[in-house]
Ligand binder design. Structure first.
Ligand SMILES: Nc1ncnc2c1ncn2[C@@H]1O[C@H](COP(=O)(O)OP(=O)(O)O)[C@@H](O)[C@H]1O
Ligand SMILES: O=C(CO)[C@@H](O)[C@H](O)COP(=O)(O)O
Length: 479
């Protein structure tokens, strides 16, 4: 019996087809997504079909599950059409809306109700932005879904009347706990939507996807395959890695994320850590940065090198990049919450300002933010015995060289793979066979910690300078 798992991520759609019992990888496919932080969801549906074609189809698959980028606002009208392009998790235009919601409800109360302090990434802030910036669009919204919810609905055969066999039945939208927990209007404590917050954000009540349990079935495709609940991509990765207590996953994709599986909700009154739910019935405390793999992509482009050469340059520079410090807020930042920040390069001398040091400083800055996030998790009681490093940039030689100098626990590198899509495939196998699969995960390297206190201190000082400049209105953006 075969099962399929999709990862509809920020930059691309990945599909794995696995044996439901052994987990053996049978086929896979991939397709790119459009760039930008607002995207027509039709683009993701096309990518699902292209990835499916690339993987040789889904005709022989018993069950399917979709994991996807979290938080994106897919606003639907009564006819099942999208009201406007989806605003993605990395779109920071709703930073002011986040501040407004905190002022109206109080930070402490919001943490108690939703496990989150609103930041521009979360869906609730995007709804408030829509209400204020595009009231005519807001008034037309009849249902709000997330990327994986909308794709699941499309796979079930629903959608606009002229594009789908079953038409626009909005009541058939489904989601799961992990993605619901990233909206800002769902409580990980009660497992219920908080409609008062939803209405306060958007201005009126709407249909929200039914929240399914970890092994509940959303329905069947028109061809007859079971469709599972799906998940947010980070919860998908935790399931794909079989992460257990003591494991902290660090993912370096478009986002940088630090997360672990917890038996009880873990919340942070300061908001550095989000109190999400996971895809197995437990919880997923998580921190996310906006600047991760693309810090490397951008710096490699500036240096005129490919990933392999970038990795060699970074690995050949000394720990601490000869004193160069790169605060990597190229896309603003979410952790720390500095949506309007810009990046900065500090510590340049004629000696330190070399190609090698620049490459390494980019990696040290990008991982430095994630190491600070891991510290915050540990301070809140998260048990970290090892880091499991995944995501596109985990392949980088530079990342592997720098990681042990920043993390205080061993860093393990699972075999390169699509762990989000694998988590979705595991969920599909769970609904198809009735039991959660225990497929093995291979580790290809274990890096022993060699934390460098001076490096940590220099990055912390550089990040603090960037924060002070932002908060005092002295950053170059405001000149
Ligand atoms: N060898 C490599 N070194 C550094 N970055 C890489 C490497 N291979 C892929 N990447 C980067 O990883 C990112 C894609 O990772 P992925 O985890 O698929 O992201 P997402 O899930 O956000 O779409 C891209 O920005 C890509 O350029
Ligand atoms: O916003 C978050 C998590 O809170 C991001 O992790 C998104 O879920 C996007 O993930 P990638 O596409 O970068 O994997």
């Amino acid at each position: 019996m075969l099962v399929a798992g999709f990862d509809s991520s920020t930059q691309s759609c990945k599909l794995v087809i696995r044996d439901a019992v052994t987990g053996e990888l049978i086929r896979q496919g991939r397709a790119s997504h459009a760039p930008g932080t607002e995207v027509d969801p039709a683009n993701w549906w096309t990518a699902v079909q292209d990835a499916t074609a690339a993987a040789g189809g889904l005709h022989d698959v018993a069950a399917i599950s979709v994991a996807g980028q979290q938080h994106g606002m897919v606003a639907l009208d009564a006819d099942g059409n999208v009201v406007r392009d989806a605003l993605l998790w990395n779109d920071t235009r709703s930073a002011g809306a986040a501040r407004d919601l905190i002022a109206e409800f109080g930070q402490e109360a919001l943490v108690e109700r939703t496990g989150l302090v609103p930041v521009a990434s979360f869906t609730i802030t995007k709804l408030r932005w829509l209400r204020d910036a595009e009231p005519e669009n807001a008034a037309r919204v009849a249902a709000v879904a997330l990327p994986h919810d909308w794709l699941t609905w499309r796979l079930l055969g629903y959608g606009p009347a002229d594009e789908s066999p079953l038409g626009p039945d909005l009541t058939k939208l489904t989601t799961d706990r992990s993605d619901a927990s990233g909206t800002g209007y769902w409580s990980p404590f009660t497992g219920e939507y908080d409609r008062e917050l939803l209405v306060a954000a958007l201005g009126h009540d709407v249909i929200l996807p039914r929240v399914l349990g970890p092994s509940e079935v959303a329905g069947r495709t028109p061809a007859g395959a079971l469709v599972a609940a799906g998940a947010g991509d980070n919860a998908g990765a935790a399931l794909g890695l079989n992460a257990r207590a003591g494991d902290v996953v660090v993912s370096i994709g478009t986002s940088g994320t630090v997360f672990s599986v917890a038996e009880r909700p873990v919340v942070d009154p300061n908001g550095g850590l989000a109190g999400f739910a996971d895809a197995t019935g437990e919880y997923l405390p998580l921190s996310a940065t906006l600047n991760a793999a693309r810090v490397i992509d951008t710096t490699a482009t500036v240096l005129g090198v490919d990933h392999a050469e970038f990795g060699r340059l970074a690995a050949s520079a000394p720990v601490g990049s000869g004193g160069l410090a790169f605060v990597p807020y190229l896309d603003g930042e979410r952790t720390p919450d500095l949506p309007d920040a810009t990046a900065s390069l500090l510590g340049m001398t004629r000696g330190s300002f070399t190609r090698e040091n620049l490459a390494r400083a980019a990696v040290e800055g990008m991982l430095g933010s994630l190491a600070q996030a891991l510290d915050a998790h540990r301070a809140l009681g998260v048990d970290a015995k090892r880091v499991m490093l995944i995501g596109g940039a985990a392949l980088s030689e530079g990342v592997r060289a720098v990681a042990p100098t920043l993390f205080e626990v061993p860093v393990e590198i699972p075999a390169p793979g699509e762990y989000v899509a694998d988590g979705a495939a595991r969920q599909a196998a769970w609904v198809a066979t009735g039991s959660r699969p225990d497929w093995p995960v291979e580790t290809i390297a274990r890096l022993e910690p060699a934390p460098d206190a001076a490096l940590r201190a220099r990055f912390a000082a550089a990040a603090e300078l960037a924060r002070e400049a932002e908060e005092s209105g002295k950053s170059l953006r405001s000149v």
